[in-house]
Design a protein around this ligand. Structure first.
Ligand SMILES: [Zn+2]
Length: 328
């Protein structure tokens, strides 16, 4: 470990101790799980591109949490095999605030993102375009892959798709301002943080590492479900999370005693959170497989018969033009 990397590592440990997972969408384990599920579902072409962007031993899990680190960092942070500067200006890219009880949730997506695309959906879309763009630089693709990997995870945290407008017209910031206490005692929390941490319970499952959780969840995903999930648009994904928040999370909070977290509440909601992680992993892989799909071979312009004799090298070049660029 060189000095620079040692400094960065120490910094990250300090940052993680400072913030733990409370301010991060999903805990770090959640984002790792999404990336691990996606990693196992990448097409050969997408795997090649991921290796070209993140290095031969690179994988999505290595960059799954970097987008959260750079929101709070005061100096460069190490992300996989590259480093990133602090980017506090990207904080609004992690969510899309659709007001609970909105008359027009789809329309609310457009206004929540605004003309500058300051929301998860627009940022995922624009970073996917960078990944498909043959003229994008390696630096641009590293950042794009890092953001897409993380933000698709965030898009599946229901409280990253919903917020409650308070009587004074301000927002509860996706439940961040909804205070909660634990029936079992201990430090207070809030509704948003509770959901971030649902998959990292304080019970025996705390020791569950991302790999084993990803493996367990992967085993629950049927091919049929995966095919259906992969067809969802980014807006569909946001509206799914919004519906969970509107129909389940906020009504439960406003019910009598809803601001006290019981183990029964956690046991009921944890499967909901797990299903969100499964969908996020499947969809992240589908989005990357599409972004990294080799360009289609142009159809021949005429059916004029040609003699293959002496022309094979030229034909091979025509049929496989993208292969040589996969490993760059
Ligand atoms: Zn985030």
């Amino acid at each position: 470990m060189n000095t620079r990397r040692a400094v960065m590592t120490s910094f990250l440990i300090a940052v993680s101790l400072l913030f733990q997972s409370k301010l991060w969408a999903w805990g770090p384990v959640g984002h790792d799980v999404v990336a691990l599920i996606a990693d196992s579902r990448l097409s050969p072409a997408a795997k090649n591109q991921v290796a070209a962007i993140l290095g031969p031993d690179g994988n999505l899990e290595q960059v799954a949490n970097c987008a959260d680190w750079i929101k709070y960092a005061k100096q460069d942070v190490s992300c996989g095999n590259f480093s990133l500067p602090p980017m506090p200006e990207t904080a609004s890219w992690h969510f899309i605030d659709i007001p609970i009880n909105s008359q027009d949730p789809s329309g609310a997506i457009t206004s929540a993102c605004g003309p500058d695309g300051n929301c998860s959906i627009d940022q995922i879309e624009s970073h996917l375009q960078i990944l498909s763009d043959a003229s994008a630089t390696l630096d641009q693709k590293q950042q794009a892959l890092m953001f897409v990997t993380h933000l698709v995870g965030d898009l599946h945290q229901p409280l990253h798709n919903a917020t409650e407008i308070l009587p004074d017209g301000t927002s509860d910031r996706g439940g961040n301002l909804k205070k909660m206490t634990f029936a079992s005692g201990g430090a207070a929390t809030n509704l948003h943080a509770l959901w971030d941490d649902l998959i990292e319970p304080t019970s025996e499952a705390k020791n569950m590492d991302p790999e084993s959780l990803a493996q367990t969840l992967e085993g629950e995903i049927s091919d049929q479900d995966a095919a259906i999930w992969a067809n969802a648009s980014l807006a569909d994904m946001a509206l799914e999370g919004y519906a969970i928040a509107q129909n389940q999370i906020y009504p439960d909070y406003h019910a009598p005693g809803g601001d006290v977290v019981t183990s029964a509440y956690e046991d009921e909601m944890r499967p909901v959170a797990y299903l969100r992680l499964e969908k996020a992993g499947v969809r992240l892989a589908a989005l990357l497989n599409k972004a990294f799909a080799p360009a289609p071979v142009p159809a021949p312009s005429s059916f004029e018969p040609i003699s293959l004799k002496g022309k094979l090298p030229a034909i091979q070049k025509l049929v496989f033009p993208a292969v040589s660029s996969w490993g760059r």
